[in-house]
Ligand binder design. Structure first.
Ligand code: SF4
Length: 215
């Protein structure tokens, strides 16, 4: 089992191969070398090199949105997909207009497309936000497939729910980057919970917390 998150050496970051911990993935040299070769494969090489170039050029200066646009430009993408959450409709409109201003063509698909009721997909009423209401389900598979149908060259994911984002990644044919990671409780700043894990968020981060309105 690999435990990089708990590593105190982080020798990888300095290329110090003689100081690797016992369970370091780098000890599996053959596998590591094989995987390294994949960056040279045509489908990965330019994308990987240009991603690094964006990191280097805008380091600490460019917001993620700028980095995303820079990557699209460096890769020569013209047609960009935008899969967004209805709760961030206004933000999606701004992102789409900024992309268009920079010369990109934008295809956007909202999460509620299809308009299917949650219950029709087997989601029980008690699992809804409001069990008394009829709620429309999110439809990340359709978001991905409709963008696939438009042959988008790169997709931006903006604020999809946890899990819905996973299905979008699964079905998107084009590579995806996440512009916004949704966090309804923390103004879309999941790091807030990490920074406050021992403080304000401590109880809310526990799976045994009983403050949830349904428990
Ligand atoms: S790759 Fe090895 S050295 Fe780097 S963090 Fe993981 S265990 Fe530590």
């Amino acid at each position: 089992m690999y435990t990089c998150a708990d590593c105190t050496v982080v020798a990888c970051g300095r290329g110090e191969r003689e100081k690797l911990p016992k369970n370091c993935p780098m000890r599996e040299e053959e596998k590591m070398e094989e995987l390294f070769k994949r960056y040279a494969e045509p489908e990965n090489h330019a994308f990987f090199v240009q991603s690094a170039a964006v990191e280097g050029e805008g380091y600490g200066e460019w917001p993620r949105l700028r980095e995303t646009m820079e990557l699209c430009r460096k890769m020569g993408y013209q047609k960009i997909g935008l899969a967004f959450c209805k709760g961030l409709h206004r933000e999606a409109k701004i992102v789409a207009s900024l992309l268009r201003r920079e010369g990109f063509e934008v295809v956007s698909v909202i999460c509620k497309t299809g308009g299917f009721w949650k219950e029709s997909a087997g989601i029980p009423r008690e699992a809804q936000i409001d069990p008394q209401a009829r709620e429309v389900m999110c439809n990340p598979i359709a978001q991905a497939e409709f963008l696939n149908g438009q042959n988008t060259e790169f997709n931006i994911e903006l604020g999809l729910c946890v899990g819905h984002d996973s299905l979008f990644y699964k079905y998107s044919r084009a590579l995806v980057t996440t512009l916004v990671a949704k966090d309804r409780a923390l103004a879309n700043n999941p790091c807030g919970a990490i920074y406050c894990a021992e403080g304000y968020c401590k109880e809310r981060l526990s799976l045994t917390d009983t403050s949830d309105r349904r428990r």
